[in-house]
Design a protein around this ligand. Structure first.
Ligand SMILES: C[S@@+](CC[C@H](N)C(=O)[O-])C[C@H]1O[C@@H](n2cnc3c(N)ncnc32)[C@H](O)[C@@H]1O
Length: 208
């Protein structure tokens, strides 16, 4: 697995990430933003849909209440983000809640993060988009496991269509490999924010 496991006080940032613009931008944002640790609704949706046994991978996790809820439910969670500030906040809260043994914080750029051979019962990413990471995430879902993804939606009336981290509603399911079945895909409107949310299940082993 590439990336660097992070402890509550983040001691070492790899030189490749030190000046990474995403790290600098998000570190600054998280430094001034007290965490709420609210889980994303996809966590409850995934639990309701049914998860096989196994670990969870969360990409671009941020301060992640989702990782905390899943760890409290007994899952081993690999939580990946480029912001050492966010991972430090998550890690501190995991310690405080007594679930730090279940959360492995990994400081990495999702564009180059490789989950390795391990397969996950749930791969989750919320309010994030990167096509390479999405393809890798699909490959990391175990047979019978779930992919949960939500990204900002690019709609025809979008005033800033050039922004790279938005995708058209419907594109998440269009990019799924054949072995997946869509359980839920919806356009979520919340205040001025519009996002596209997908929950999909990989075919069980016998059908792969
Ligand atoms: C809008 S926040 C979403 C955080 C969290 N998933 C949530 O739902 O609240 C986007 C997250 O993506 C992370 N991020 C941005 N670029 C990244 C990259 N290249 N590699 C890994 N994480 C990245 C940021 O640090 C931030 O935590």
């Amino acid at each position: 697995m590439s990336g660097d496991a992070v402890q509550p006080s983040v001691g070492r940032v790899p030189s490749s990430l030190r000046r990474h613009p995403d790290r600098l931008r998000w570190n600054q944002r998280y430094t001034g933003e007290p965490p709420t640790f609210d889980p994303h609704p996809l966590v409850q949706a995934a639990m309701t849909a049914g998860l096989p046994d196994g670990p969870v991978l969360e990409l671009a996790c941020g301060q992640s209440g989702s990782a905390l809820v899943l760890a409290k439910a007994g899952r081993h969670v690999v939580a990946v983000d480029i912001s050492d500030v966010a991972l430090s906040q998550l890690s501190t809260e995991a310690e405080r809640s007594g679930v730090s043994a279940n959360i492995e914080c990994v400081l990495a750029d999702t564009a180059s993060y490789d989950p390795g051979e391990e397969q996950f019962a749930l791969v989750l990413a919320t309010y994030f988009w990167d096509a390479t990471a999405f393809a890798a995430a699909c490959g990391a879902v175990m047979p019978g496991g779930l992919l949960g993804w939500e990204a900002l939606a690019r709609l025809p009336d979008d005033e800033r269509p050039h922004l790279p981290w938005r995708i058209p509603h419907g594109e998440l399911s269009a990019r799924l490999p054949e072995r997946f079945t869509v359980l839920e895909e919806q356009l979520v409107v919340s205040g001025g924010k519009r996002s596209t949310r997908l929950l999909a299940r990989a075919a069980p082993a016998a059908q792969v």
